[in-house]
Design a protein around this ligand. Structure first.
Ligand SMILES: N[C@@H](CCC(=O)N[C@@H](CS)C(=O)NCC(=O)O)C(=O)O
Length: 238
């Protein structure tokens, strides 16, 4: 049985989970890797990030690569376009979710808890997020889905990305740009009524609540400091 190493609050993992739910795939186990955040995890998985798809011991990293692989081996129902041009559009919008929004949000998110926030980082990455939500506003579907009037891989990438924009960006001191971009705002309201989107959003919110409780108690900073020290010791040994 295949296994997806994943975590509730990982938007990249959420992208693949939403695809699994939307395709109705039931033979992939979802698991949080026991070694995540330790030097052992980076030893096992060179990129050291989740998600990772375990195909009978063959480890496949990178959410977009996993998503394309799952489309290839479970072609029905298709989350791509009906023509090569439509598929290219689905992939363009998915890349906006992944590269232009999620990557900047992921790099920016530590600034939401930094006691001394780095305004240069916030300006650079927050500025990119605002700019790219504007770009998305010109490309997004107006019928409740990102592309093609039905659920596609573009929705799977955008739902976790917009979750991060709405819930994490304001805590870095940057206003949420979604309300000012009418088409994105309408899409965001509509897609949350989709059962597969709602399911990953519930998981993401659960992960965010857990994370915020750890931050409030001071446990998160301790965990981060311990992980950093363990990684430095492992790097020194290597
Ligand atoms: N480009 C990667 C990014 C994956 C990623 O950054 N995952 C985060 C969780 S959302 C992670 O594992 N971070 C651990 C770390 O940075 O050490 C993908 O698309 O899968």
């Amino acid at each position: 049985m295949m296994k997806l190493y994943s975590g509730d609050l990982s938007p990249y993992s959420a992208r693949v989970r939403m695809q699994i739910y939307a395709k109705g795939i039931t033979d992939i186990a979802l698991e949080r890797p026991a070694t995540f955040g330790t030097p052992k995890f980076r030893e096992q998985f060179p990129i050291g990030r989740i998600p990772v798809l375990d195909v009978d011991g063959d480890m496949m990293p990178e959410s977009e690569v996993i998503a394309e692989y799952l489309e290839a081996i479970y072609p029905e129902p298709s989350l791509l376009g009906a023509t090569p041009r439509e598929t290219a559009h689905v992939r363009t919008v998915a890349r906006i979710g992944d590269i232009y929004l999620m990557n900047n949000m992921f790099m920016l998110s530590p600034q939401s808890r930094a006691a001394t926030r780095n305004e240069g980082i916030v300006e650079l990455l927050g500025g990119q997020v605002v700019r790219n939500v504007k770009a998305l506003n010109r490309l997004i579907g107006e019928d409740g889905f990102a592309c093609c009037g039905r659920i596609t891989m573009a929705d799977c990438a955008l739902v976790p990305a917009l979750f991060m924009v709405e819930n994490v960006l304001p805590s870095t001191g940057v206003d949420d740009p979604i309300p000012a971009n009418g088409k994105v705002a309408a899409y965001w309201a509509a897609i949350q009524t989709n059962e597969h989107a709602a399911r990953v959003l519930a998981e993401l919110h659960r992960g965010l609540e857990e994370r915020r409780a750890l931050i409030r108690s001071g446990a998160f900073d301790k965990m981060m400091a311990a992980a950093k020290a363990a990684q430095a010791a492992a790097d020194a040994e290597a």
